[in-house]
Design a protein around this ligand. Structure first.
Ligand code: AMP
Ligand code: ZN
Ligand code: FE
Ligand code: FE
Length: 282
């Protein structure tokens, strides 16, 4: 009997706030014993071509994906979109708008840090963001680490960059229902990422999720390092009641998030088979 496939449906490369290039990420996924990996950078499909070529070389299955930044009641909610058309005009326009919002807030964050007495400039952030087209707070956090102001990314968020902290600056994101509609129109299968994770905890209750399922949300990421056993059990019950996809994934970011190694959580093969069917339907 062959071992069941190991499937990880949520990872980030250096095209957003991960530290591996897409090709490195694919090589590491294979070395970690994965059979299927989805590249789901924040608000960009920019790494998919490189990842797909690397995956073809080594015989790994690559699922093209994106993690779309959305908002619900002013709080950040992330929606994974699987297998959509990266050239869909309306999606391209919305991603441009989100990416512009990501870039435009960085000088404000740097100015706030300077006001707090921390020596940091835009070049320090650019040195961390390198080839990234999707700039995020983790790049600012890494610049703070490199300058010796904080010991690690987590401390940078806790002291300065998390919501409610002095260098936090908001940015544009569409409402989650609108994000789901847009992903579906682009032929993607939308699955809400870490629904009860750190940033969206308390925002997506059972009733809100039920409303989103009726508007096209196809599934929930249940197994994620930010969900404890009770969260997972409750989410699984909800997913079963609505008969939607339930996934498990690492949310790997390379060296940037050492607590999320590749394959930290995985997706059941029967759920993956259902996702593949849904991707083919669109
Ligand atoms: P942004 O995309 O700029 O809003 O930054 C959000 C990203 O930063 C998330 O996707 C995580 O990868 C990361 N992040 C958020 N909060 C924390 C935290 N407290 N510690 C470390 N990383 C975090
Ligand atoms: Zn991230
Ligand atoms: Fe996320
Ligand atoms: Fe993520």
């Amino acid at each position: 009997m062959t071992a069941p496939a190991r499937i990880d449906l949520h990872t980030h490369s250096s095209v957003s706030d991960g530290t591996d290039t897409p090709a490195e990420l694919v090589a590491r996924a294979q070395a970690a014993g994965l059979d299927v990996v989805a590249l789901s950078d924040h608000d960009t499909h920019g790494g998919i071509g490189e990842a797909r070529a690397a995956a073809e070389q080594c015989g790994l299955a690559l699922v093209p994906a994106i993690e779309l930044s959305c908002e619900q009641d002013g709080r950040s909610v992330h929606v994974l979109g699987y297998g959509g058309d990266p050239r869909h005009p309306e999606l391209v326009a919305e991603l441009d708008r989100i990416l512009r919002g990501r870039r435009d807030r960085v000088p404000t964050m740097v100015a706030r840090l300077n006001d707090l007495g921390l020596d940091l400039d835009m070049d320090d952030v650019a040195a961390q963001a390198r080839e990234a087209t999707s700039i995020g707070r983790p790049h600012v956090a890494d610049a703070l680490v490199a300058a010796g102001h904080v010991p690690d990314r987590s401390a940078a968020f806790a002291d300065y960059l998390a919501e409610g902290r002095p260098a936090y600056v908001g940015r544009y994101a569409p409402d989650v229902a609108e994000g789901i509609r847009l992903l579906r129109d682009a032929g993607a299968v939308p699955v809400v990422a870490h629904p009860w994770g750190r940033d969206s905890r308390g925002v997506l209750d059972a009733e809100t999720l039920a409303g989103l399922f009726s508007r096209g949300l196809a599934g929930l990421e249940v197994d994620h390092v930010e969900h404890d056993a009770a969260d997972r059990q409750a989410l699984r019950r909800l997913g079963r009641a609505h008969d939607v996809l339930m996934t498990g994934s690492s949310d790997y970011h390379g060296a940037g998030k050492p607590g999320n190694p590749l394959g930290a959580c995985t997706t059941e093969p029967r759920m993956y088979a259902r996702l593949v069917e849904m991707m083919a339907d669109d």
